[in-house]
Design a protein around this ligand. Structure first.
Ligand SMILES: Cc1ncc(COP(=O)(O)O)c(C=O)c1O
Length: 410
C-alpha cells in the first residue's frame, strides 16, 4: 500500500513520517491482548484480573440521582468554560473540611476534565524547548509526554525501595536542576502505594524555592489513603507559594468515567492552567459538576470507597504472602506493588517483570501489570469485579490455590 501524501507531514513528536508504521505494542495494549488470548484459549479457566486500574463500581446512587435531575435542567445545557462557581465552592468546602486548607474558590481552584487533562496542559504553561520536567518513575506519564511535545526533556527520578519510594532530589545534576521548570510528584503514589509525609513535602518545597521550580503534586489517589488521614500538599506551609495540587473525582468517589477533577493552589499557576484550558476545551458538562458538588459535600462517600479497597488489599496481601510474594499494605491507592517472581521452580526463569506478567496471564490466566522502570515489580489492583464479600473471598481462595500450584521462585 502506498503512503498517503500526508504521511510525511506528521509531526516528529508522534513519530514523523514513521507514524503508524511501528510494530511496538504499548504495555497496556499487550496486557489487553494477552487477556483476550487467555480467555480464548482457556475458556474453562476463570480469568483472575488484577490488571485493571479502574474502580469496579458505579458512582453512588445519591450522586447519580443528582445527575438525573440536573441533566434535564435547561440552564445546564451550555458550555461550562472554566467551570461553575457551585463546583469550585464545593471543592473549597471539601478542602477545608478534609485538610483544613482554605482556598479562594474563584482564584485558587479550577476544574479540569479529569486530572489527566490538567497534567497534559500544565507543561504548556511552563515548558519551552530545552526546559526540563523532573518526574518520578515508575508513574503516570502524561505530563512527561506533553513536556516532550513542547520540546522539553524529562529527567526521571526513580522510586526505589532503598529510598522508600521517594525521589532523591539531591542526586539531580546541577546542569539539569538549572534547566528544570517543573517537578511532578504523585502521592499516594501509583504504582508503589507510598504516601507522602510532611517532612517529604517540606523537602520538596525547599527544593522548589532553592532551585526555582514549580511543583505539580498529582493527588489522584488521595482519598485512598490508609492508616494516617489523607495529607494534602497544601497543608504544608509554603506549598502554595511553589505549586499546585491536582485532584480527581475518579478514584475516591467511583466517578472514573465522569471526567472531573480540579487544580488548586498557587493563584497565578491556577490561572495559567485555566488560560491554557480555555484554549483547549469548553469545560465539563454542568450537570456533572453539580453532581460532583453533591458528592464532595458527602463526607461518607470517600470513607466507604476507602473501606472497601482497604478490606480487599488486606485480603490480597495475606494471600500473596502465603504464596511466596513479599507484599505489604500500601499507604494508599488500590494497588499492591510487589517484587516480581524470578521464575518457576523447575520451570522458566523471568528476566523481567514483563516476562513474569506474561507467564502468569498466558499459563495461568492471572492478569497483572509489570513495571520494569526501577526494578522488576508487578502491580496488582484490587478493583476486580466481585459483587460482595463472599465473592471476594471465593476469588481470594482461587487465587491462592492457583498461585501455590505454580511454585514461583523469588
Ligand atoms: C497517578 C494518576 N494520576 C492521574 C490519573 C488520571 O486520573 P483522572 O481519571 O482524574 O484523569 C491516574 C489514573 O489512573 C493516575 O493513576
Amino acid at each position: 500500500m502506498t503512503d498517503p501524501y500526508f504521511q510525511r507531514l506528521f509531526a516528529q513528536r508522534i513519530g514523523g513520517a514513521r507514524y503508524g508504521k511501528g510494530t511496538e505494542i504499548y504495555k497496556f495494549e499487550k496486557i489487553k491482548r494477552a487477556k483476550r488470548k487467555a480467555l480464548a484459549e482457556h475458556p474453562e479457566r476463570q480469568l483472575i484480573d488484577f490488571g485493571i486500574g479502574e474502580n469496579d463500581e458505579m458512582a453512588p446512587e445519591s450522586v447519580r440521582r443528582v445527575m438525573a435531575r440536573e441533566i434535564s435542567r435547561p440552564e445546564n445545557r451550555g458550555y461550562a468554560d472554566n467551570g461553575i462557581a457551585e463546583y469550585r465552592e464545593a471543592v473549597a468546602r471539601f478542602m477545608a473540611r478534609e485538610f483544613g486548607v482554605a482556598l479562594d474558590p474563584d482564584k485558587e481552584i479550577n476544574h479540569c476534565i479529569g486530572t489527566k487533562t490538567a497534567l497534559a496542559m500544565l507543561p504548556a504553561a511552563f515548558i519551552d524547548p530545552g526546559d526540563v520536567t523532573l518526574m518520578t518513575v515508575p508513574g503516570y506519564p502524561v505530563a512527561g509526554t506533553h513536556t516532550r511535545y513542547y520540546g522539553g526533556e524529562v529527567y526521571p527520578l526513580p522510586l526505589l525501595p532503598a529510598n522508600g519510594f521517594f525521589p532523591d532530589l539531591d542526586s539531580i545534576p546541577a546542569e539539569v536542576r538549572r534547566r528544570a521548570k517543573l517537578l511532578v510528584i504523585n502521592y499516594p503514589n501509583s504504582p508503589t502505594g507510598q504516601v507522602a509525609t510532611r517532612e517529604f513535602y517540606r523537602r520538596v518545597i525547599d527544593f522548589a524555592l532553592k532551585h526555582q521550580v514549580v511543583v505539580v503534586q498529582d493527588a489522584a489517589h488521595l482519598m485512598l489513603s490508609y492508616g494516617d488521614p489523607p495529607l494534602s500538599f497544601l497543608q504544608v506551609p509554603g506549598a502554595r507559594e511553589v505549586g499546585v495540587e491536582v485532584h480527581s473525582m475518579s478514584k475516591g468517589w467511583h466517578m472514573i468515567g465522569w471526567r472531573l477533577g480540579w487544580v488548586c493552589g498557587q493563584e497565578r499557576i491556577v490561572r495559567a492552567l485555566a488560560d491554557v484550558k480555555d484554549n483547549s476545551d469548553s469545560g465539563q458538562f454542568i450537570a456533572i459538576q453539580k453532581a460532583a458538588a453533591a458528592a464532595l459535600d458527602d463526607a461518607e462517600i470517600p470513607k466507604q470507597v476507602r473501606a472497601k479497597y482497604h478490606r480487599r488489599l488486606v485480603k490480597l496481601v495475606e494471600v500473596l504472602n502465603r504464596c511466596g510474594f513479599q507484599a505489604r499494605m500500601p499507604g494508599g491507592t488500590y494497588f499492591l506493588y510487589v517484587p516480581a517472581p524470578k521464575g518457576v521452580r523447575g520451570g522458566p526463569a523471568f528476566a523481567s517483570a514483563e516476562e513474569a506478567s506474561q507467564y502468569l496471564i498466558a499459563e495461568h490466566s492471572i492478569s497483572t501489570v509489570p513495571w520494569d522502570d526501577a526494578g522488576a515489580f508487578l502491580r496488582l489492583s484490587v478493583t476486580y469485579e466481585a459483587p460482595d464479600e463472599t465473592a471476594e473471598d471465593a476469588l481470594m481462595r482461587q487465587t491462592e490455590e492457583r498461585l501455590k500450584k505454580i511454585r514461583l521462585a523469588f
